[in-house]
Write a protein that binds this ligand. Structure first.
Ligand code: ATP
Length: 590
């Protein structure tokens, strides 16, 4: 098939902003395309060579593309550079250069070989896969070969595509429409084609199935290990009351972890990880691959979950930014794994031992998940309750916030609660806080206990249990676990420092519902900075003052480095002061 056909369609599409017209041009193109190469035409139209999850990227540097144009047209690079300044688009430069060449060529009358889609795709693929020594030269030659055969607008789109700048604005949904019309005469097939697309988001593959096997082939498309499924998404409502009502009075409420969504495909031979946008993340999280392989007891399975960085010593979840550092980091992965371990909180199973689980209800899926995954240090189930009691749900929400989560995701538990790939509907409803507070001041807290260290902190304390002073009851009430802000030396010295204060049991003036590994006489005061003060069902500080059965906690606490040796424990920040601070926090709308 001639590449000119594609180039002409692109040019028409560029000339319109109407989706209907765009679809129409695509339909015409698809109808003229032989089934053998329809997948390639679909990929090229979206400026790619494969479905996104394959991870093959186009994107040749402008400098190299310019060299290829110079080579193919005989024009000097300097001159091309000047034209680029003027036109601002290398595609247009290539278009003009090939036109000029035709005018000046002695052999213009000679009929040259026609540029085909097959040839363009083949050379693009070679360019994309070319690496190592002398690959630059090879890339230039491959592109120059295409430009030699290209004329006018063909050159324009070849350059834009190879630079990764095609940007015709054709969304996946437009292609789904076009396929339905091209092969069914109307949009009637769209729904069924979309079903296939949701579980196998590869438009080239679907187009080819349609062209070669018709709708039978499309209906036959099944979930496959190694092909990501489009993620199910959540709707939102402004209050827990409304959510409970919408869910029919009872629902499952899961922690909404603030990390990175990961879809894990565990196959017999290989395990793959995909992001929410279906990019392949396998290479970036070998620890998650290992963890899910160890935790899963079946033959094969596809799991949905959220990867969250954790402080292995406090067990607390860390801010999401810590995972994003690991994303895209190709080097030092080993080091990153050690520095920022992540826990995968699984919340769904979409495929299990050869069976499609997406058609089953949420309670059935959750049961299967718990049956086939064994919780480990690195793989856990999303924390949840199933409840119809609004007070209990609200407390669970506070606990989620205290534990470093964004809020809750309510999940329908009725028979209709299937996994709707690619859909944002009310089967899942998220509820986040509408503000994030900021702690304006530091606090001075008393060390009342400690936890044994893990990993790098083995042999010393992993974290300290900190409390505020309540003069009314003359007692110390816990407010956070503190594990950050210490130097390695300070950490190593902690057990020695606290030796003199160690006691067998919790001190009678300490009110704690957390079991520490070591208890101390309340004596040492440290200065702590935190991200914000939240309501807490775990900590005892100011329990019941602001809300029934809730205390206060400091989120993401950090030692400032200041030992307040000048303060007695009774001079530490009081629970009353923390209540004031909680009330006066600057609340930022998120
Ligand atoms: P947001 O920015 O709120 O995370 P989103 O558009 O990425 O929104 P939504 O479907 O609206 O996604 O919200 C659900 C998101 O929350 C999921 O994409 C997932 O990453 C995350 N999440 C965390 N915990 C859960 C859970 N238990 N169940 C479902 N999703 C969860």
């Amino acid at each position: 098939m001639e590449y000119r056909l594609i180039a002409e369609t692109y040019s028409k599409i560029e000339g319109t902003t109407k989706r209907l017209e765009m679809t129409d041009y695509l339909v015409k193109l698809l109808k003229k395309t032989p089934s053998k190469i329809i997948d390639k035409v679909v990929y090229l139209t979206q400026g790619k060579l494969y479905a996104d999850y394959m991870g093959v990227e186009l994107g040749l540097a402008e400098k190299l593309a310019m060299k290829a144009i110079a080579k193919a047209t005989g024009l000097e690079e300097k001159r091309l550079g000047d034209t680029l300044q003027k036109l601002g688009d290398l595609g247009l430069v290539a278009e003009e250069a090939t036109k000029k060449k035709k005018q000046t060529s002695l052999f213009a009358f000679e009929k040259k070989e026609k540029l085909t889609v097959e040839k363009v795709y083949e050379n693009f693929e070679k360019i994309a896969r070319s690496s190592g020594q002398r690959s630059q030269e090879r890339k230039i030659n491959l592109l120059a070969e295409l430009l030699n055969l290209a004329e006018g607008i063909e050159a324009r789109y070849i350059i834009r595509t190879i630079e990764g700048k095609l940007r015709l604005g054709i969304a996946d949904m437009t292609i789904l429409d076009a396929l339905s019309i091209a092969f069914g005469g109307s949009k009637e097939l769209r729904k069924e084609i979309e079903r296939a697309y949701n579980i196998h988001p590869d438009l080239g593959f679907i187009a080819k199935k349609l062209a070669e096997e018709g709708m039978e082939g499309v209906r036959d498309i099944k979930i496959q290990i190694g092909v990501p499924i489009r993620a199910m998404l959540a709707e939102r409502l402004p209050s827990l009351e409304e959510i409970l009502e919408k869910m029919g009075g009872k629902a499952a409420f899961e922690y909404k972890y603030d990390g990175m969504r990961i879809q894990a495909h565990v196959g017999k031979e290989k395990t793959y990880l995909y992001s929410r946008r279906l990019e392949n993340l396998t290479g970036q999280f070998p620890d998650v691959v290992k963890a899910i392989n160890e935790a899963f007891k079946g033959e094969n399975g596809i799991f949905d979950g959220e990867a969250v960085p954790v402080d292995i010593n406090t067990g607390e979840l860390l801010p999401f930014q810590m995972v994003s550092h690991r994303r895209g980091r190709k080097y030092d992965i080993e080091k990153a794994m050690e520095e920022i371990p992540v826990v995968l909180f699984t919340f769904d199973v979409l495929y299990l031992n050869g069976e499609n689980m997406t058609v089953k209800s949420y309670p059935e899926r959750r049961k299967a998940l718990e049956e086939w995954i064994e919780e480990t240090n690195r793989v856990k189930f999303a924390h949840r309750i199933v409840s119809d009691n609004i007070d209990k749900i609200k407390r669970f929400f506070n606990k989620a916030i205290e534990d470093g989560c964004e809020g809750l995701v309510a999940k329908n538990i009725g028979e209709e609660s299937i996994y709707r790939a690619g859909a944002r509907e009310f089967l899942w409803i998220k509820y986040k806080r509408d503000y994030r507070a900021e702690m304006a001041d530091t606090t001075d807290l008393v060390v009342v206990g400690a936890f044994a260290g893990k990993g790098k902190r083995k042999g010393t304390y992993g974290a300290l249990l900190m409390a505020a002073y309540n003069p009314d009851g003359d007692r110390f009430e816990t407010v956070c676990k503190l594990g950050s802000g210490f130097t390695d030396e300070q950490l190593a010295n902690l057990p020695k420092m606290f030796e003199g204060y160690r006691i067998e049991k919790k001190h009678p003036r300490v009110w704690s519902e957390i079991e520490a590994d070591y208890w101390f006489i309340p004596k040492i005061v440290l200065e702590i900075r935190g991200a914000e003060i939240t309501l807490s069902p775990t900590h005892t500080c100011a329990r019941d003052v602001i809300e029934k059965e809730s205390g206060l906690a400091i989120r993401f606490p950090r030692f400032t480095g200041r030992w307040r040796t000048d303060k007695s424990p009774e001079e530490a920040t009081t629970t009353k002061e923390l209540v004031e601070m909680y009330r006066n926090q600057v609340k930022k709308i998120t």
